[in-house]
Design a protein. Sequence first.
Length: 160
Amino acid sequence: MTTRRALTQALAGLSLDQLWAPIAESGRSLGDIARSVWEQEAFWLWPAEIPLPQLEQRPALEGLLYALVRHRGVTEHLLMDSGDADLDRVYVSQARGGADDDRVHEPTTLGVILETILRNELFAAAETATLRRLVDPSWADNREAWDNAAEALARSRASG
């Protein structure tokens, strides 16, 4: 949750134009970064038995934040139903279950998937915060949210 909080706090208060306007040389928008986090979590973790929700191509901020929270809720439920042994087992999400999907990867454990998502989300939060300052120089980031997210990643690595 801490990495997701750091990301969503960097998005909070953006106008639709600020959310989707390409920034600087990257050509990416803050919305693009958040959408890629949403897509990654869906690809790696969305359970086969739950229909995958759809996200508009360029949703309003509220819709994007809701999608991020909704996905995290499914991930948290998956974790609450899992024990330590489950982290070492191969996990196949809905997206990775289809034989026709060219993105299907070698078997990967739930623990590796979760750490990868956590790390990538922390990087996305850092990129979002950095680019947010370009879009809105008066924005005051929440350093506590960032520190908590970085600490969560460090703890996950220490225990893994």
